[in-house]
Design a protein around this ligand. Sequence first.
Ligand code: SF4
Ligand code: MG
Length: 332
Amino acid sequence: MENVLEVINLETSFELTEGSIKVLDNINFTLKSNEILGLIGESGCGKSVTALSILQILPRNAKCNGKVLFYNGKKIINILELNSKGEEIRQIRGNEISMIFQEPAASFSPVYTIGEHMVEAITLHKNISEKLAKEKALEMLEKVKIPDPKKIIDAYPFELSGGMLQRSMIAMALLCNPKILIADEPTTALDVTIQAQILYLIKELQKEFHSSIIFITHDLAVISQMADKIAVMYLGHIVEEADVFEMFKNPLHPYTKALLDSIPKYGVRKTRLETISGVVPDPYNLPKGCRFHTRCNKFMEGLCDVQQPKVVEISENHKVKCFLYGGTNDER
Ligand code: SF4
Ligand code: MG
């Protein structure tokens, strides 16, 4: 499989009056064609900022370093080098890489119909007539299995349920047949039955459209159904990366193990990560050494609170950032 996206040493920081805070540090991953990469972690760990950094839709006080390479046929484009308001990035956003968000209602303007949103999304990138654009929009609404698309196309967002709106947003995101779809917690706001239907739909469409997907969620049960490989994030770092089967069979990082332990078992629903003691530390005041050391049950004093572990490659498909597996500065 070829690479479609390669993120190299991505660092994102926000400039604030109190100083600068680094929310992403040394982020590295690749996304291959037809692959679904799951980004997982508790809220505030940097999953969404990773997505926004890739598309360069961050607030103005944000700064990114590193490389985000988008493989567009034979051309390799470093997205971070493009002018964030220029024509080149506009041609990529929504056309080559599109995004679906957690709250579909917030992504639609209340004063335009679903059809008007969709027609605009197409004509922004493709030189086709409005009539043709509307036909394409209808076709896509059928593909996402919206009942009665002819009626829905003229409906306003408030007239649709959350599930229908999310289907419409997926239809809109796929209109230009993007190479990459970034789905940021696309089902979190929906109830469980609708959630299952939407996940199934995304998988079906991925097969049909051959898109690669970055699927962001805090829900491991969801990711196990969706992803080919998983990257676990904690406080702006990727702490473990592996194929989905390997990750569930042989989790290595203490944080990943704790996340897996928090999956509800025997029908008992846990609402918190009970097995991880403590809370996520304040990003303004990041712990020295390994960022997970304040909560880790394998913490080694004098090491974990002093040095930062390097990423260790356990096998071709498995990497981990933890001293239990090597990664001290004295090595190599
Ligand atoms: Fe725990 Fe140390 Fe590994 Fe960090 S490096 S996860 S503190 S054992
Ligand atoms: Mg988020």
